[in-house]
Write a new protein. Structure first.
Length: 453
């Protein structure tokens, strides 16, 4: 997902730094970073030197933003500038960074005073509801690249939330009342009755199912004839997902009874192809998965917290994760652990860093991270031990992490992503005006109220 950036240099001509070619050289350096960090400089304004020019450029940016051609604006302090040059941009409902170049020299008359300008700009009084991120340094500096990289990942998550089209089929699995709640996000969510899944299933011909089954390349203890129902269900789900970025489906108890197959292996195989499904009709989990996948650039996994032991927590689900999560790339197809129906993907999570996010009601979110441990033990299906746990950046023991999950009464599905993108997930919450929950590791929590959670 390429981020479309706009660049607006602000310059006071009285400063000698205005005549050093700094805006041109910094633009070229920024554009050179674009392929590496995944953005394009879609718009570059002429240097803004007064309030009238600032208002004119702001109107132009607002129009482009409404048209969907700009995702992030960098207002660049080439030199010091007063609030009349900055306020028109602060009033825009667009993701905004304010960037100050370092001084070109530390001798003679002060060339730019750009850092002071950045400080002034961030102190301005405004009713702005969208956050502002500051940047300081040359575009080629390691710290600037790191901070910009974090922001670009976060903005990708924002775009995924705001632009993805989601489908919710059949509501939630019976008794999973918390999953009926949706987060306070601008979701594009269509709904269909569960019977739509069976209509799609009836449309799959025997020849189509046989052709799809021929593509199955994972070892399996299940007889080939018994896997045909799984291939048929996979095609039906794929058809339902056409035109959507993700689907939440009430996947039991009706589907296995009527389809002769679990949805787990179809979910996993569709996830391999970039089409996420959320188990048990978890629509809030689905949008969390899409955000995490956009931030990390890899498919997300939706898992249950199933066991705690020492320094690790064991996360598990029936068999729904993409191959990208598999230790040594090893996966197989197996019967469901308690229904004996085909088919689930059996695999262990690959060791390495992971991070996660769960959107909640009332503009809240849980943001967490850890490391998948290299442990052979695990349950049938998708499972792995996670240790080295953190919650909103704070290291926690496994028991303290567990207490935070339970004390905050999180939904039983936690969404995880591959890699260490915790900082970007926290910034994502800021752009979406969501408050990350603090850790709550107390042994006893009795905060149960009528309207909770």
């Amino acid at each position: 997902m390429t981020i479309r950036m706009g660049l607006v240099p602000v310059v006071r001509p009285l400063f000698r730094g205005a005549r050093m070619g700094l805006s041109e050289s910094s633009r070229k350096t920024l554009e050179a970073l674009a392929p590496e960090l995944g953005f394009v400089v879609e718009y570059v304004a002429d240097p803004v030197t007064d309030g009238d020019e600032a208002r004119a450029r702001a109107r132009e940016i607002e129009r482009r933003h409404r048209e969907g051609s700009l995702d992030l604006i960098l207002v660049e302090h080439v030199t010091f500038a007063t609030g009349d040059l900055i306020m028109p941009f602060l009033e825009l409902p667009v993701a905004l960074g304010i960037w100050a170049l370092p001084e070109a020299t530390t001798r003679g008359p002060l060339p730019q005073n750009a850092l002071c300008g950045l400080s002034l700009s961030l102190s301005l009084r405004t009713r702005r509801e969208v956050p502002v991120k500051w940047f300081y340094g040359n575009a080629g500096d390691a710290d600037f690249r790191r901070r910009l990289g974090v922001t670009l990942r976060a903005i990708r998550g924002v775009k995924a939330v705001r632009e993805s089209r989601l489908l919710w089929i059949g509501g939630t699995a019976p008794g999973f009342h918390r999953l009926e709640s949706l987060p306070d996000l601008p979701l594009r969510l269509d709904r269909l009755p569960l019977e739509a899944a069976f209509d799609a299933l009836r449309s799959v011909s025997p020849n189509e199912a046989e052709a799809r089954l021929a593509e199955y390349d994972e070892p399996s203890s299940i007889a080939r004839d018994d896997l045909r129902a799984t291939a048929r269900l996979e095609i039906a789900l794929e058809r339902l997902a056409q035109g959507y970025d993700g689907v939440a489906l009430r996947c039991w108890p009706e589907v296995p009874d009527r389809a002769g197959s679990m949805t787990c292996a179809p979910y996993a195989r569709l996830a391999d192809r970039g089409c996420p499904f959320a188990c048990e009709g978890d629509a809030a989990g689905l949008v969390s998965m899409l955000a995490v996948a956009a931030v990390t650039g890899q498919p997300a996994a939706l898992l249950d917290l199933s066991h705690a032991d020492g320094d690790g927590l064991l996360f598990w689900h029936c068999g729904n994760a993409a191959r990208a999560w598999a230790a040594n790339g090893r996966t197989s197809l197996a019967p469901h652990f308690n229904r004996s129906l085909p088919a689930v993907r059996d695999m262990r999570l690959a060791p390495g860093p992971v991070c996660g996010l769960r959107f909640l009601e009332r503009r809240r979110a849980a943001v967490y991270a850890g490391t998948v441990l290299d442990r052979a033990q695990g349950y049938d299906g998708v499972s792995g031990w996670i240790g080295g746990l953190r919650w909103t950046g704070q290291p926690l023991t496994a028991s303290a992490f567990l207490a935070s999950v339970l004390n905050h009464r999180l939904p039983h599905h936690l969404v995880w992503g591959l890699g260490d993108a915790e900082t970007a997930l926290l910034e994502l919450c800021g752009w979406l005006d969501h408050d990350p929950l603090p850790p709550d590791p107390e042994d006893v929590s009795l905060r149960w109220t009528a309207d909770a959670p």
